[in-house]
Design a protein around this ligand. Structure first.
Ligand SMILES: Nc1ncnc2c1ncn2[C@@H]1O[C@H](COP(=O)(O)OP(=O)(O)OP(=O)(O)O)[C@@H](O)[C@H]1O
Ligand SMILES: [Mg+2]
Length: 365
């Protein structure tokens, strides 16, 4: 068990094409036993951060501390970590069973304990029937589970997991997600988890770190990043379908602040209005926070249905609203037809406002 501190980590890769800033000034304190996820789009620096924590990559500047001790210069094997790589490498000449128990054997764990642990991890990952096969005789998803097993069988200070479920089918992925959560409940070892799947991050983590272009955008509980995104990038990255965004302006009128865009005028929530920002702004509203209201309801916005998609228990309706396009999420029983006119209600308490229009537009609150 260990606390992990990332202190102003910076990583610059230099190549013939020029320099890439993979990480910029990453500072983060991870508590002992905490499950944190790094999420963000491809290339945002997640693996680079994890590889620096593992000791596989040297930061250009900054430090990594475990339990307050600077370990930036330590070799990976001296860090007491277990890691699953994004491109997992198994020992090709060993069977699945031998791959799983290799680390235990090396540390002189007695045979009985080894067998007990291998059996437990095999059952958890549903790979027991594959124990006598070699890695090349396995599918990608099976290999990935063996790689995960090889890490989880250890008892390190910190687990570092880089997209450990990416090659599994949807059903197995949900199952493994629950198994990982249960394992973490049980062992309470610090876990740092990398994924580009925001749902995985939301369901597993105590806290989520959202990254973009090597820069930490927000750190918070799943609830915080979902309901109070710090900027437009986080708002659009977390949640599917994405938060609807409408670009317009904020202006004072009759003692209140109004957001307006072609065909839409909405009063700004009191908390945001107190901040008094005016000028270019973006209004954000989640698909589940738009309701279909009876025509003629005060404040309702008339709009036309473009397409409706059935997604199992719910429906996503694509709706055109004076040149803007929004997605509305309803129960599956709400059937709408293309071309139909509807009236939309926006819950003022559920609106998000961002000052400006770019992805780094900060939330006004
Ligand atoms: N060895 C390297 N040399 C040069 N550039 C690199 C190297 N490793 C990574 N990069 C660059 O650094 C940036 C961050 O890469 P990183 O692998 O951390 O992204 P990631 O967030 O893990 O993405 P993905 O979700 O695709 O795995 C990218 O622009 C990548 O091209
Ligand atoms: Mg990666």
């Amino acid at each position: 068990m260990a606390t992990v501190r990332l202190d102003r980590l910076h990583k610059e890769f230099r190549s013939i094409g020029g320099a890439v800033h993979a990480l910029r000034d990453l500072t983060l304190d991870i508590a002992d036993g905490e499950f944190v996820s790094l999420v963000g789009p491809s290339g945002c620096g997640k693996s680079t951060a994890l590889r620096i924590i593992a000791g596989l990559e040297t930061p250009t500047s900054g430090r990594v501390l475990f339990d307050g001790q600077d370990i930036t210069g330590l070799e990976p094997r001296d860090r007491n970590i277990a890691m699953v790589f994004q491109s997992y490498a198994l020992y090709p000449h060993m069977s699945v069973r031998q791959n799983l128990e290799y680390g235990l054997r090396k540390r002189g764990v007695p045979r009985e304990e080894r067998e007990r642990k291998v059996a437990a991890i095999g059952a958890m990952l549903q790979i027991t029937p594959l124990f006598d096969r070699r890695p090349r005789q396995l599918s990608g998803g099976q290999r990935q589970r063996v790689a995960l097993g090889r890490a989880l069988i250890r008892d390190p200070a910190v687990f570092l997991l880089d997209e450990p479920l990416s090659n599994l089918d949807a059903k197995l992925r949900v199952h493994m997600r629950a198994e990982l959560a249960a394992l973490h409940q049980k062992v309470r070892t610090t876990m740092i988890y990398v994924t580009h799947d925001q749902l995985e991050a939301m369901t597993l983590s105590d806290r989520i770190i959202v990254m973009n272009h090597g820069v930490m955008q927000q750190v918070g509980t799943p609830e915080e990043v979902y309901s109070r995104p710090a900027n437009r990038f986080v708002a659009e990255f977390i949640g599917t379908p994405s938060m609807n965004m409408i670009e317009g302006t904020l202006r004072p009128e009759g003692g209140r602040l109004l957001f307006s865009a072609p065909g839409i005028t909405v009063p700004v929530p009191p908390a945001a209005a107190r901040q008094g920002t005016t000028g270019q702004a973006t209004l954000g509203i989640r698909p589940e926070d738009i309701s279909l209201v009876p025509p003629g309801t005060p404040g309702a916005i008339p709009a036309q249905v473009t397409v409706s998609e059935l997604a199992g228990a719910e429906r996503f309706h694509f709706i055109a609203l004076n040149g803007h396009s929004v997605i509305v999420r309803t129960p599956a029983a709400t059937v709408l037809h293309p071309g139909e006119t509807v009236a939309l209600g926006l819950d003022p308490e559920r609106l998000h406002l961002f000052s400006g229009a770019g992805e780094d537009a900060a939330a006004i609150r």
